[in-house]
Design a protein around this ligand. Structure first.
Ligand code: 13P
Length: 262
C-alpha cells in the first residue's frame, strides 16, 4: 500500500523563534496523538531552519539506536549544479550531508518567479537522486490553462519533461504533488472531483511509462488551499494520497487536523 503523506511547505515564512514555537507545538501534539503507521509527515522549512527541524524530528534525540521520528525533514529547493562557485545556492550534496530525506522541486512559485523550466527541474531531480534524497516534484496548470481546457496537456508535459528520463528504479523514489496554481494561497480549492480526475490522469501516465506496479506505489499529493475543513473530502479520493500544505502548515492545530484527515 502506498504511503499517505502530509508535507508542510513553510515557504519563506517564520522568524527563528517562531519556527521553534511551531516545532514545539507540533511535536507536543504528535506525542498526544501519534499518526497512524501508514501516514508520513514531512516538514519543509527554509534552508536556515533545516538543522533546527532535524533537531526536533527525533522522538528520543538522546537514544542513537532509536530511529523513531515525529516527521521527516525536507528542503524547498536545491541547486541543479554540483558544489562550486554558485553564490547563494545549496547543493544536493550539502542536503545529503545534513541527512535530508526529501526536497521539493519545481514548485509553481519557482517556475513563475525564478524562471525554472522542466529541463532545469529534471536536472535538480537527477542531483537529488544522486544524493539519495527523494524529490517531491510539483506540477499544475494556471487558471487560463484550465479555462482553456489545457490542464491535462500542461501536466503531461511537466511530468514527461521533468521526470520521464528516469528509469523505473529511479522513479520509485519520486513523490508527485499536483498543485493547480489557481488554488495556491487563494482560498480556492480544486473540488474533490477535479483533484481525483487529475491524480488519476497522472497515475495513468506513470502506468503507461513504467507499468502498473510503479504507478500504484507512487504517492500523489494535492496542494492548493488544503485546510482542515476540506482535507477529508480531498483525501477520500482513491488517487489522492495526501497533501502538500502551505498556509495551514504554519499552524500546529491546522496541520495536525490535516495530517489526521485520512
Ligand atoms: P497553500 O496551502 O497556502 O495554498 O499553498 C499550497 C502550496 O503551494 C504548497 O506547496
Amino acid at each position: 500500500m502506498r504511503k499517505h503523506i502530509v508535507a508542510g511547505n513553510w515557504k519563506m515564512n517564520l522568524a527563528y523563534d517562531e519556527a521553534e514555537e511551531l516545532l514545539d507545538a507540533l511535536t507536543q501534539k504528535l506525542d498526544e496523538q501519534p499518526l497512524d503507521e501508514n501516514t508520513m509527515m514531512i516538514i519543509c522549512p527554509s534552508f536556515p531552519y533545516l538543522e533546527l527541524a532535524e533537531d526536533y524530528c527525533h522522538v528520543d534525540p538522546d537514544d542513537e539506536e532509536n530511529e523513531d521520528t515525529y516527521f521527516m525533514v525536507g528542503a524547498q529547493d536545491v541547486s541543479a549544479n554540483d558544489n562550486g562557485a554558485y553564490t547563494g545556492e545549496v547543493s544536493a550534496e550539502m542536503l545529503e550531508s545534513m541527512a535530508m530525506d526529501f526536497c521539493i522541486v519545481g514548485h509553481s512559485e519557482r517556475r513563475a518567479y525564478f524562471g525554472e523550466s522542466d529541463e532545469m527541474i529534471a536536472k535538480k531531480v537527477n542531483k537529488l537522486l544522486e544524493h539519495y534524497i527523494s524529490p517531491i516534484v510539483c506540477c499544475g496548470e494556471v487558471l487560463a490553462e484550465r479555462e482553456a481546457g489545457k490542464q491535462f496537456d500542461v501536466v503531461r508535459k511537466q511530468i514527461t519533461d521533468g521526470l520521464f528520463h528516469l528509469n523505473a528504479d529511479e522513479f520509485a523514489n519520486i513523490v508527485i504533488a499536483y498543485e493547480p496554481v489557481w488554488a495556491i494561497g487563494t482560498g480556492k480549492t480544486a473540488t474533490p472531483e477535479q483533484a481525483q480526475e487529475m491524480h488519476a490522469f497522472i497515475r495513468s501516465l506513470i502506468a503507461e511509462k513504467y507499468g502498473k506496479e510503479v504507478a500504484d506505489n507512487c504517492s500523489i499529493l494535492y496542494g492548493g488551499s488544503c485546510k482542515p475543513g476540506n482535507a477529508k473530502e480531498l483525501f477520500a479520493n482513491p488517487d489522492v494520497d495526501g497533501g502538500l500544505i502551505g498556509g495551514a502548515s504554519l499552524k500546529a492545530d491546522d496541520f495536525m487536523a490535516i495530517a489526521t484527515a485520512f
